[in-house]
Design a protein around this ligand. Structure first.
Ligand code: 5AD
Ligand code: SF4
Length: 546
């Protein structure tokens, strides 16, 4: 079979970005080529998100556009990966016969075989009946299917998803270019917030063996990565009990998450036979010192122990950054969301984080970020006022604000009518955005006069625009677009270009712009350099290097 060229576009969260990277790595090893131009591909894959309807609509519209093309190019293979595939199942192929292949997020280890199967099936369909091939799906799928949550069989069988993580190909493409990477520590979620599809699409919470995680961090560090973000839906629930470890074929298997019981100041299961989240952070910090920045997302605001905060405080390479969604400022709504904590417990949690970690005088202010849903069923003006007050008290560096989107299959969808009108949702969304914008501005202004270590990412967008060069992050090929690529597109001429505006981030994830001599600019990419902040603007901090 001739070499196939793949276009892979990713929607949604960081977990999806990592999944795409792993899948792209496997496919590249198997001889597939990649393109950033969908029109030039023989295989079009969308790695999809179902968290809100809007994310799904984008994919429906992409699929709609492919209909015509498939008639012209009947050997084209179209695949839907990720949460939409899992959620919509066979219904998706029925609605869109243009789709040949579906693969849920908990089955991505099977993708190479599925794709091979789909390509061969299309070729034989074409040979059998060229006229109809453009209208008929190859119908290849791997989905967990609603009720069976994959990890229920974990103790008995090898977890092949773990093999996908383990086989992460840290390719020569990355070497030398890439400075930041994601590493998964847990998969799935056990929380069942009433609005959320994730427990259904990604399955039960599963924790990876600590040694696998540390080895992956080491391998990334060996290729020049200096910043790692650990990923988990409820990342602070991480815990690995060594006595209960199961090995299959010599490979230690991931472990199902257990619920926390008995207080949440400290992991009550801690001890020599258990690796807690705090232990894991400490181990990576000590054993992989080449990682100069270690962060984690997303924290569940309950069960976040003082043991974690102590490790963060005492480990200089752990970033002073916590993303801990509050979701609402009303106890009644938090209850209806099944979040499992009260507003006062959330306030207490953020106060505890600040107590341990907010050290602006040492140049290390704690930066918090949050998520809020507005317009959850039955949310009144009073509930919303409480949410505004929560956002004001929390002083997030940034906050992602979402209008409630009813998702079929979730508890809220089945039990709670979506009774807040769209225009009220929009008004609340805008009001909260304005509140948050003022807070973000104020926090930015507080940084003026401070000096931060900044990890330089590349030439700024403004500078690219000035030069007419191309920024192109997220061009659809995750594997090829992470890291320092942005600066490579602009060619600097030292005769003409005396200074160039660079951009980077602080450990608290604030964006910083600074000018560098043109000759130095490219060499700074991927370095951590001191920048003194001289002014603050809506889009970021401005400062002077050196
Ligand atoms: N509607 C709106 N926002 C949602 N989120 C998750 N599910 C929904 C939904 N059905 C938001 C939550 C979560 C973030 C990733 O997306 O705020 O933290
Ligand atoms: Fe969804 Fe709640 Fe799990 Fe987060 S904690 S992934 S919002 S169910």
């Amino acid at each position: 079979m001739a070499q196939r060229t793949v276009y892979l576009e990713t929607f949604g969260c960081q977990m999806n970005e990592l999944d795409s990277e792993l899948v792209a790595g496997r496919l590249a090893e198997l001889g597939y080529a990649f393109t950033a131009d969908s029109d030039k591909a023989d295989v079009v894959l969308y790695n999809t998100c179902s968290v809100r309807e809007h994310a799904e609509q984008k994919v429906w519209s992409r699929l709609g556009d492919l209909k015509q093309r498939k008639a012209r190019q009947p050997d084209l293979v179209v695949g839907v990966l990720g949460c939409m595939a899992e959620r919509d199942g066979a219904g998706l192929m029925k609605r869109m016969p243009v789709v040949d292949l579906m693969c849920g997020p908990a089955e991505l280890d099977k993708l190479p075989d599925l794709l091979d199967n789909a390509v061969r099936t299309r070729l034989s369909m074409l040979a059998d009946d060229p006229a109809s091939a453009g209208r008929v799906s190859a119908r290849v799928a791997a989905l967990v299917g609603g009720a069976s949550r994959r990890s229920s069989t974990l103790a008995a069988a090898a977890d092949s998803l773990e093999l996908l993580d383990l086989s992460r190909s840290i390719t020569p493409l990355d070497a030398g270019h890439r400075r930041s990477a994601y590493v998964r520590i847990t998969r799935g979620c056990n929380k069942f917030c009433t609005y959320c599809v994730v427990p259904f699409t990604r399955g039960a919470e599963v924790h990876r063996p600590p040694q696998h995680i540390i080895d992956e961090c080491k391998r990334l560090a060996d290729t020049g990565v200096i910043e790692i973000t650990l990923l988990g839906q409820t990342v602070n629930h991480y815990r690995f009990e060594h006595d209960a470890a199961v090995a299959v074929g010599g490979i230690t298997q991931p472990q199902k998450g257990r619920s926390y019981k008995g207080g949440h100041r400290r992991d009550p299961f801690g001890g020599s036979r258990v690796t807690t989240f705090a232990d894991l952070l400490h181990m990576i910090h000590e054993q992989v010192p080449e990682i100069l920045r270690l962060r984690f997302i997303t924290s569940y605001p309950r069960d976040f122990g003082d043991d974690v905060l102590e490790v963060m405080r005492d480990s200089p390479r752990l970033c002073r950054y916590i993303h801990a969604p509050g979701q609402s400022g009303s106890d009644r709504i938090l209850g209806a969301m099944n979040r499992g904590y009260s507003v006062s417990a959330y306030d207490e949690f953020l106060a505890r984080c600040r107590d341990y970690l907010d050290e602006p005088d040492k140049g290390r202010p704690l930066m918090l970020s949050g998520d809020i849903i507005v317009g959850f069923p039955t949310e009144t003006d009073e509930d919303f006022d409480r949410t505004i007050a929560l956002v004001q008290r929390s002083r997030y560096k940034n906050c992602y604000i979402f209008k409630y989107s009813p998702r079929p299959g979730t508890i809220a969808f089945d039990k709670m009518p979506d009774d807040v009108p769209e225009e009220i949702k929009r008004e609340r969304n805008n009001a909260l955005l304005a509140v948050q914008a003022d807070i973000s501005d104020a926090i930015s202004r507080e940084q003026v006069g401070r000096t931060f270590d900044v990890l330089v990412e590349g030439i700024s967008r403004r500078e690219h625009r000035k030069r007419g060069t191309d920024v192109k992050p997220g061009s659809g090929m995750v594997a090829l677009t992470v890291g320092g690529q942005t600066s490579r597109a602009a060619v600097l001429d030292p005769e003409i270009d005396h200074s160039v505006q660079m951009t980077g981030r602080t450990e608290g994830d604030q964006i910083v712009f600074f000018d560098a001599p043109a000759q130095a600019g490219d060499n700074l990419v991927g370095q951590i350099v001191p920048v003194r902040i001289t002014s603050a603007e809506r889009l970021g901090l401005h400062g002077q290097h050196g």
